[in-house]
Design a protein around this ligand. Structure first.
Ligand code: MN
Length: 325
């Protein structure tokens, strides 16, 4: 049922390494965007992708997608506990599993790597980012335009591999002939607008050309992060032809700080933003915004729950102290 597909992953213009990974093994597709010090980001995303490629399991649809992501989570978490060099590593993961017999596609995701669909001349984002700005946009506290250039847009609120269990979002869509699906890391969506993405994809009859054009556009827009693009189109029973290419890395410009890590904020376990009151999130944002403005570029980080808890405990203690007096 998958007609055509293409995948391109590129280091971009600012990073020394490519910490993104992908799976292009129809009917299964995925993108993973790793994070962590040294080479831990590559280890995390690579491990997670490898688990998907093994692809064991009897379930179907969303159940299968969720259990694959949970298994990937366990493996990354286990490795980071065994190997101090990879401690605290994690990765995003966005997975699509095409069910030919049912004419559906099951998606599952953790983090801010996105899935899009082009249908009827329109580009639609299928996933909700598990990111601080994503939560603020959904709660109406930030406009989508403000989010695009927000200094905290790399802060994700869920990651795979940082805790023994992970909260996975899953959903299923009906597949139609000629639907075009895009899975991508934030290195694409942070650098170019959805209008630009749509302009490249609309009417494209060569997916590899389209994938390369997206990478080129993201690099032209700054190429500040690794860029990964997975495209697949639903066919009408035709031949499956696969094109997977890894272009040579662009010679990176030396960056002041190549660490794509939790540095700058305390390393903490990943948190589900559902448990963070919006007021606390906002307070936290204001608190860190000033020092972030002086930084060269946003780094992927996880919201420091520990810092929030310390703050809350301090406030409660202060209130109790005040009352007892
Ligand atoms: Mn990224």
């Amino acid at each position: 049922m998958v007609g055509r597909m293409a995948v391109v992953s590129d280091t971009g213009r600012r990073r020394r390494r490519n910490e993104d990974a992908f799976v292009c093994a129809p009917p299964l597709f995925a993108v993973a965007d790793g994070m962590g010090g040294a080479q831990a980001g590559e280890v995390a995303s690579g491990l997670a992708a490898a688990v998907l490629e093994e692809g064991a399991g009897d379930e179907r649809g969303e159940e299968r997608v969720a259990s694959l992501i949970q298994e990937a989570n366990r493996r990354v978490f286990q490795r980071s506990n065994e190997d101090a060099a990879t401690s605290g590593m994690g990765t995003t993961m966005t997975v699509a599993l095409v069910d030919s017999s049912g004419g559906t596609i099951a998606f599952g995701h953790v983090g801010d790597s996105r899935a899009y669909r082009v249908r009827d001349g329109r580009l639609e984002q299928l996933t909700d980012d598990h990111s601080l700005v994503g939560e603020l946009v959904r709660s109406g506290k930030l406009s989508p335009e403000e989010a695009e250039s927000h200094p905290q847009r790399s802060v994700i609120t869920r990651a795979l591999g940082t805790e023994p269990d992970v909260d996975v979002d899953t959903f299923t869509v009906e597949a139609q002939p000629d639907d075009l699906y895009l899975l991508c890391s934030d290195g694409l969506t942070d650098m170019i607008s959805e209008d630009e993405i749509f302009a490249v994809l609309d009417g494209s009859d060569d997916l590899e050309v389209a994938a390369r054009a997206l990478i080129e556009a993201a690099n032209a827009g700054g190429g500040e992060d690794n860029i990964t693009v997975v495209l697949f189109q639903i066919g009408d029973g035709g031949e499956v032809e696969q094109t997977a290419r890894m272009p040579a890395a662009v010679e990176p410009e030396p960056a002041d700080d190549d660490e794509d890590t939790l540095s700058g904020l305390d390393p903490v376990p990943v948190v589900d933003t559902a448990v963070i009151p919006a007021a606390v999130v906002e307070e936290h944002l204001q608190q860190i915004e000033s020092d972030v403005e002086s930084r060269p570029e946003p780094r992927r980080r996880i919201l420091p729950l520990v810092a929030l808890i310390v703050l809350l405990v301090a406030l409660v203690a202060l209130a109790i102290w005040g009352l007892t007096r």
